[in-house]
Design a binder for this molecule. Structure first.
Ligand SMILES: O=P(O)(O)OC[C@H]1O[C@H](O)[C@H](O)[C@@H](O)[C@@H]1O
Length: 428
């Protein structure tokens, strides 16, 4: 399925000490006894999904498609990146007059964006899915205040049947609001953190509403859950990825550049950055996750990667089979001097670019991990996302870090609340 390769300086990727350490982590993980073990719901989530739950998601997605032309998903961080990553990976680059669209809001605070969004949807039928695990996050709450108001002005009483809420079962401002207004609710499980929630209602409802096959997505995740659960460090790609990046980190490679040649994966990269950045970046430790899209960024960040400070490792996410391709042809006038490429497909070009870039960066002192994904479809994306989540848990545990909290995001929030004089913060 997913295959992980390594090229860099010769080193003992899995020495005996590390194997024992990984074995202990594996046991803690599957016996659910490590740090943050009350947030391990995602580990066996795909296999535990009931038909009743999936039917409810599918039926609600159908209902949304019938009542609306646009679903606006309101959320930030783990409450939007999973569905955005999957939808962007699967949707065509261009669609003429789409019958149904999923748009996002609340992922930043831009007045222009919200205003233009409300103008854009004015002649289209609208539904909202507001998502927040805590139910108290400011950015989606602000977007929802505007959009709820918009919906009530436009639809009156009917607005409440067009608004879907995904939040905690028992607490939070959003839950209270949903109860008061009688919105249909979905639950973010207690033991699944936002960045691990793509296979819960958080990710599945928007993905199903966008028209993608959530059964195949879950099937891929289940295969990963099953296939990656064995302790086989030589062959388990999740363990290999975690172990290799950890070894490189210990040698001073403290930044990981996730590179892909596939522009449709750019939100998978964004999702990965939150997953790894929030899971590992604690106690002054952790690899800093960054991403590039090639060949675009070879013309910008490529210089730094080749020649800049040598604390970078590069992980190439390579898609083996492309969905569509074009072949270069011979032109009568060879004014652009490209006739030498006649017969070469654009994917052939990218494969050569991969080889050339990989060799160049390697000789520039950038060690490399290759993550090979057979193709982009629901099944393989489901597999890939589960793979990254599992590897992230191993990787954080290798640093002796609890992968499932994010204490560091509180400080700036408190400052913002103090500056805005939020009740309860005025006197601090
Ligand atoms: O789902 P929510 O509770 O609204 O949280 C949304 C996001 O915001 C927080 O600040 C966290 O750092 C993220 O981990 C989380 O995904």
């Amino acid at each position: 399925m997913i295959n992980v390769t390594y090229s860099g300086q010769k080193q003992d990727v899995l020495n005996q000490n590390q194997v024992s350490r990984l074995q202990a982590i594996h046991e803690d993980l599957y016996k659910k006894q490590g740090a943050g073990n009350d947030f391990l719901g995602w580990l066996d989530w795909p296999s535990g999904l009931s038909d009743e739950f999936l039917n409810n998601i599918r039926n609600t997605a159908d209902q949304i498609q019938k009542q609306a032309d646009v679903l606006i998903v309101i959320g930030i961080g783990g409450s939007y990146l999973g569905s955005k990553a999957v939808i962007e990976a699967l949707k065509p680059h261009f669609e003429k007059n789409p019958n149904f669209e999923v748009l996002f809001a609340g992922q930043h605070v831009s007045g222009a964006y919200l205003k233009q969004l409300m103008d854009y949807i004015d002649d289209r039928e609208v539904a909202l899915n507001v998502i927040s695990k805590s139910g108290t996050t400011t950015e989606p709450a602000i977007a929802f205040r505007f959009l709820q108001n918009y919906m009530e002005d436009r639809y009156g009483e009917e607005a409440s049947s067009r608004i879907y809420v995904t939040t905690d079962e028992n607490k939070g401002a959003l839950l209270n609001l949903a109860k008061e207004k009688g919105y249909q609710r979905f639950v973010v499980p207690d033991d699944v953190g936002g960045r691990y929630s793509v296979f819960t209602a958080v990710g599945l409802l928007p993905i199903a509403a966008a028209g993608y096959n959530i059964d195949e997505l879950i099937h891929g995740a289940k295969q990963a859950e099953d296939g990656l659960s064995t302790f086989d460090p030589e062959n388990n790609p999740a363990i290999q990825y975690a172990a290799i990046r950890h070894n490189l980190y210990e040698q001073g490679f403290t930044n990981e550049v996730l590179a892909t040649f596939e522009p449709k994966l750019s939100y998978v990269q964004e999702w990965w950055k939150q997953l790894y950045g929030e899971s590992e970046g604690k106690e002054h430790k952790g690899i800093f996750p960054v991403s590039v899209t090639y060949t675009t960024d070879l013309h910008s960040l490529g210089q730094y990667i080749q020649d800049g400070k040598r604390d970078l490792l590069e992980s190439f996410l390579i898609v083996e089979e492309v969905e569509e391709d074009l072949e270069l042809f011979e032109a009568e006038q060879n004014a652009d001097e490209l006739n030498y490429l006649a017969g070469t497909s654009l994917n052939d070009f990218n494969l050569v670019a991969y080889e050339g870039t990989s060799k160049a960066h390697l000789s520039g002192g950038v060690p490399q991990i290759g993550i090979h994904l057979p193709k982009i479809d629901e099944y393989h994306i489901g597999y890939l996302l589960y793979f990254y989540m599992l590897a992230c848990a191993y990787s954080a545990y290798l640093l002796d870090i609890n992968p499932f909290n994010q204490p560091g995001v509180e400080e700036y929030k408190t400052n913002i609340f103090k500056l805005l004089k939020k009740p309860g913060y005025e006197t601090e």
